[in-house]
Write a protein that binds this ligand. Sequence first.
Ligand SMILES: Nc1ncnc2c1ncn2[C@@H]1O[C@H](COP(=O)(O)OP(=O)(O)O)[C@@H](O)[C@H]1O
Ligand SMILES: [Mg+2]
Length: 289
Amino acid sequence: MPIHHPRPFMTVSAAPQPSASTEQRKRPLVVMRSVSKMFSSGTLALSGMSLTVENGEFVSLLGPSGCGKSTALRIIAGLGDVSAGSIDWPSSRINAKGLPEGDISFVFQEPTLMPWQTVFGNVHLPLKLRGISKHAARDDIIATLATVGLKDFADAYPRELSGGMRMRVSIARALITRPKLLLMDEPFAALDEITRQKLNDDVLRLWKETGITVIFVTHSVFESAYLSNRIVVMKARPGRVHADFPLVTSLERGPNYRTSEEYRATCEKVSHSLLEAIGFPLDGHGEIH
Ligand SMILES: Nc1ncnc2c1ncn2[C@@H]1O[C@H](COP(=O)(O)OP(=O)(O)O)[C@@H](O)[C@H]1O
Ligand SMILES: [Mg+2]
């Protein structure tokens, strides 16, 4: 039975600690090398997709529907084989399946909670699968629920929660194993705008507090420009990287950032790139023809 030593959630620092693993932190977390994916139906979902994600980055994968964002995320998570190319984990210990065991969590668009389990039971699930009892996991689960604003809802059932709260449970369930990498596939696309903005801020706060690496799939330019420190625009048929924007800002992300000139300019630049990726002809001034 594995013994679980949860890292204290609130004290994990984004700043590299001076330790033997400092060297490892300097290495990229995950490297996609010329990955292609052909489904048995004959659809070439990805072709020659290369992407290096550094430890601690918040990368948005942005692209039109059907361009292969989910396929790329699933392949990174080991939920599907590559047809060509490879996925490497230079800074992780990998298991027999070639995956960094325990280091990846996935949040889908649907919260996919078990309706017959309480919030506590749902967040316990990944630990239960590792043989950790509810009793042993209790403090950690309550602390993680507190970080997503659900400390008082441990005994509630999913049907009693709003859509935003259910998504918070899903995020807590993803974080309970203290993964290095959080993969999020359009997690807030089904939520109303205000809830979405609140959850955007929560995810940013969690990212800063934990130093976790996030790959966030979205088709929203505004969301990607608000959240990320890097936006990778994808092109469709077959899916591949079209453009890669680092987003360096000295501004604190928050209400002021949403109305800043810098945010507006980023949204404009990224929108143009997305239009190019979709194949809209632009003139030299970035206007659509
Ligand atoms: N399991 C599957 N079998 C066959 N084709 C698939 C499968 N999953 C996705 N596809 C196809 O691969 C392409 C990329 O899909 P997907 O990765 O879901 O795109 P996105 O997430 O960007 O909307 C689409 O043409 C889609 O129809
Ligand atoms: Mg998708």
